[in-house]
Design a protein around this ligand. Sequence first.
Ligand SMILES: C[S@@+](CC[C@H](N)C(=O)[O-])C[C@H]1O[C@@H](n2cnc3c(N)ncnc32)[C@H](O)[C@@H]1O
Length: 315
Amino acid sequence: MSGDGWAEVKSGDPGYLDGVYSDDALTTQTDDKGIPNSSSSAPSLMLAMLDALDVRPGDTVFELGTGTGYNAALLCARLGAERVVSVDVDARLVEAARDRLAELGYFPTLAAGDGAAGYPEKAPYDRLIATARLRHVPRAFLEQSAEGAVMVVPLGFGVARLTVNGTGQAHGRFLPLPAYFMPRRVDAAPPRFAELETQEARSTSLDVAGVLDRLSFPMSLAMPDYTSCTWMDDDGAPNAIGLWTGDGSTATATMTGKVRQVGPRRLWEELEQLAVTFGDIDRVAREDFGITVTPDGQRVWYGTEDGPFWALSGE
Ligand SMILES: C[S@@+](CC[C@H](N)C(=O)[O-])C[C@H]1O[C@@H](n2cnc3c(N)ncnc32)[C@H](O)[C@@H]1O
């Protein structure tokens, strides 16, 4: 990224091959506002997710998020293209991936649409993988799973690996991997900072400077679509943070502990509650979290299934 936006690097340009062969996520498309909306994930993360997916010869696989088609190509090489289905919400990406895969001699089933609906025509699947961040395990994933199917799904800033059992339930744990996938595309309300200016502030005893870093993973589960920002003073020192979710709930906190909030959710209170749950734990480890999906609902839990939990909701 250059100072004033993204610079396109094409095949043959200086640095192109270094980028392609680096273990970095590569932005492959931006929207009309210049915000990235498709990327090729870091190869080490793709491989760790494929490793967790544990495909076996003869398995059929569904992928949400075709993107460049690279992950689909790896699946085709391993299983045969006739066993691979991949869906991306962006029809142009699907067509570009189709051409690339065809050049390699791979002709998997590719479709444009919301991958959260799966692809029932080719179900049931033995393996299901999402390569965009989801808010919960899509119901269609369960409905289109074979018994014993494995799902690998980015939720919050982590990746859950679940096994489906014969009663419409799935259970699993999070991998010990940090993962910052692009969210599944949905409309979101902007933050309501202007409304906060007229509000009375209350005090918080949280360490405002450090709390977002320390609790970012549980926050990403409890407030799946949260966004945050930091304001700096003229000397470049942080003086306040902002926090908001897609329903317009917004909170700000100054480094001196003054909090203002607006909207249907009291985000700062939720953060204070997480701070109580995780007490003095410095490193909140992803692998200590698990997930349970039943026809009645989905929850992510900490430690054990009857430990602290957060319900996952929203299509
Ligand atoms: C990290 S990229 C996928 C990388 C891809 N697997 C690859 O190998 O290049 C995430 C992709 O998810 C897609 N996506 C986002 N929301 C989606 C949805 N609801 N259904 C299907 N695809 C979606 C985006 O268009 C984007 O291409």
